[in-house]
Design a binder for this molecule. Structure first.
Ligand code: NDP
Length: 249
């Protein structure tokens, strides 16, 4: 349980990548300012997080199951938080999807929106009432540079991030009246399993419906330059966690 003076932080998608490092960074805060509730949809994946958290596990870091695509799971998770009291909510869970639109089923597209857009909205709806009542809180949403700019063959992922950007921009003004902050983080490339999966998807990719120039641009210009950017400027999950810590301090 949180000590008085500690801020309760709930984070989604902590089984890997950015979410895992945010959870560990905040749980290991030198001044012990945070009580971290790290959530993941499958607690069988907890070992990496528990190992990285070390002594903080069970003290400043606890775990709860949470699938942001399930109304029941979201409600159950928030009900398990003492008094439903969350000071800082970090919406990190997300999935990618790469390929020409003709190669992607509507079901796959809905899964991306269900996670990246409705998952975030579902969580915000659930954490907001208590924050409003207390007239205090901070919501941080992990968007992407692709929430600001379209990228070839990333149409659906980009659209899901644009959608959550629009939602948050509209909400931010309303929440300000309740002294609740809403921040967006828009990382460029970050070295995580997300990136590894994207590269595997590229290797298997087929291009139905795409024209030869677009395919050539994607393969000969976009991909090599993305790989160069990754190698030269790619950030680590720790870089993003440090940035987030500054945002919430
Ligand atoms: P990872 O694939 O490493 O992590 C994604 C996390 O989201 C995993 O813990 C995954 O859990 C979780 N997740 C997926 N679906 C659900 C769900 N329905 N309910 C709960 N959790 C779920 O990727 P990153 O760490 O890179 O991505 C984190 C966020 O950062 C995403 O929102 C992504 O869009 C964003 N981002 C990433 C960039 C990058 O280059 N890596 C760049 C810009 C933004 P599980 O293990 O169960 O699948």
């Amino acid at each position: 349980m949180a000590n008085s003076g500690q801020k309760v932080v709930l984070i989604t998608g902590c089984s890997s990548g950015i979410g895992l490092r945010i959870a560990v960074t905040l749980a290991k805060d030198e001044k012990k300012r945070y009580h971290v509730i790290a959530t993941m949809r499958d607690l069988k994946k907890k070992d990496k997080l528990v190992e990285a958290a070390g002594d903080a596990y069970g003290k400043t870091l606890m775990l709860l199951p949470l699938d942001v695509c399930s109304d029941d799971s979201v409600k159950q998770c928030i009900n398990n938080v003492k008094d439903r009291h969350i000071d800082i909510f970090i919406n990190n869970a997300g999935v990618g999807l790469l390929g020409p639109v003709e190669s992607i089923s509507i079901e796959e597209m809905k899964r991306v929106f269900e996670t990246n857009f409705f998952g975030a909205v579902r969580m915000i709806k659930e954490v907001m009432p208590d924050m409003k009542k207390r007239r205090s809180g901070h919501i941080v949403v992990m968007s992407s540079v692709m929430g600001l700019q379209g990228v070839v063959f990333n149409d659906v992922y980009t659209a899901s991030k644009f959608a959550i950007e629009g939602f948050c921009e509209s909400m931010a003004v309303q929440l300000m009246k309740f002294n609740i902050r809403l921040s967006m983080i828009e990382p460029g490339p970050v070295h995580t399993e997300f990136e590894t999966k994207m590269m595997e998807d590229v290797a298997k990719m087929e291009y139905p419906g795409a024209d030869a120039d677009t395919i050539r641009y994607f393969k000969d210009v976009y991909l090599p330059s993305s790989i160069d950017i990754f190698e030269a400027m790619g950030q680590t999950p720790d870089d993003i966690a440090k940035c987030l810590k500054k945002v919430i301090e």
